[in-house]
Structures are given as C-alpha cells and as structure tokens.
Design a protein. Structure first.
Length: 181
C-alpha cells in the first residue's frame, strides 16, 4: 500500500461525511492496517450487508480516483492502488459501470475534454485513455463511445480522424464530415 493511498484516504476521511463503518475503513487504510479480513470484521461488527457496502466502497474508490486524477496523470503506483482497492472491496468487472455509471461518465468526459482540446491525441494521451478504460473495467467499445463525442467536435473543427485515437464506422464518419458543395 502506497503512502499516496494512505494520505488520500486521510483526506477522504476528513473531507467527506462518512457513515461509521466507512470511517473505520478509511482509518485502517490511513494506518496501513487494512486487509480483506479487516473489512469483513468491520461489516460484521456494524451489521452492514456486503451488497450495500459494495456501493459505498465503490464510492470510496471514486473519491480516490478523483484525487489521483487531480494532476491529470495515473501513475503506476496509483493504478496498483486502485487494483488493490478493488481486490480488497470485492469489486468485479462491471460493478463500476452498473453501480455508478454517472460518475464514470463525468470523470471520463472531463479527462477526454482535456485531451481532445488540441484536436490531436499523442501516444501518451492514448495510453492514458487505456488507463482510464482499465481502472473502470470498460470494454474497448464503451471507451470508444465516450471518445466519439469529443472526437466528433475535433473533426468538425477540421482535425484529421487518424490523429484522434477513436474508431468511427464509415456511416458515423460520413455523418460528421461537412459536405463539400
């Protein structure tokens, strides 16, 4: 567990109004004493159903992701911390999308708006998009759908689609292209 994870959870604990059991979860992460067994003990002692807790725990991961993305970069350490949180909290692929699609959409839209603003996606930005896709357990198609909105704006501003790290079907592409008369 990284120091960044610990300090981020201290910030989460101090800035958010959390229920008692979530405060305990945060405290154990801050103190670097958290394990899956500790989580089970916290849930049992507080009489919290695991399926109810899953939604709350996903919210905690989102809070960590927001902190990690403040510098618009996901480091290897941050990605590993997110994987660790998902493992500890029993988050399976699809859980983020099912339980919190709205937050995923907001975070990804903010990040894509930023990287598409110059109408060109660098290799580093393309890899960052893959990182976003990975941390939220999205399929290629799901991430591509998010990218299409921003890429469409870039194309309308004259960007070359080959520079945008996005896939449009032929039909979609020709709907975007301004017709020359």
């Amino acid at each position: 567990m990284s120091d960044k994870l610990s300090s981020a959870f201290e910030k989460i604990q101090n800035e958010l109004e959390l229920s008692g059991y979530l405060k305990e979860v945060c405290l154990h992460i801050v103190e670097k004493t958290f394990t899956k067994n500790v989580l089970e003990e916290i849930l049992t002692n507080n009489g919290v159903n695991e399926s109810i807790a899953k939604v709350d725990l996903i919210h905690l991961i989102f809070e960590y992701i927001k902190i990690a993305l403040q510098d618009n970069v996901l480091t290897i350490s941050e990605k590993e911390d997110i994987k660790l949180l998902k493992l500890w909290f029993g988050i399976q692929p699809g859980d983020f999308y099912f339980h919190n699609n709205y937050n995923i959409e907001n975070i990804i839209t903010d990040q894509l708006t930023r990287i598409y603003q110059d109408n060109f996606i660098t290799e580093e930005e393309a890899l960052f998009k893959v990182d976003l896709q990975e941390i939220f357990d999205l399929s290629f198609d799901q991430m591509n759908d998010y990218s299409k909105t921003e890429a469409s704006l870039s194309i309308q501003q004259g960007a070359d689609p080959k520079d945008l790290d996005v896939f449009f079907s032929q039909k979609e592409y020709f709907k975007l292209k301004p017709s020359s008369t």
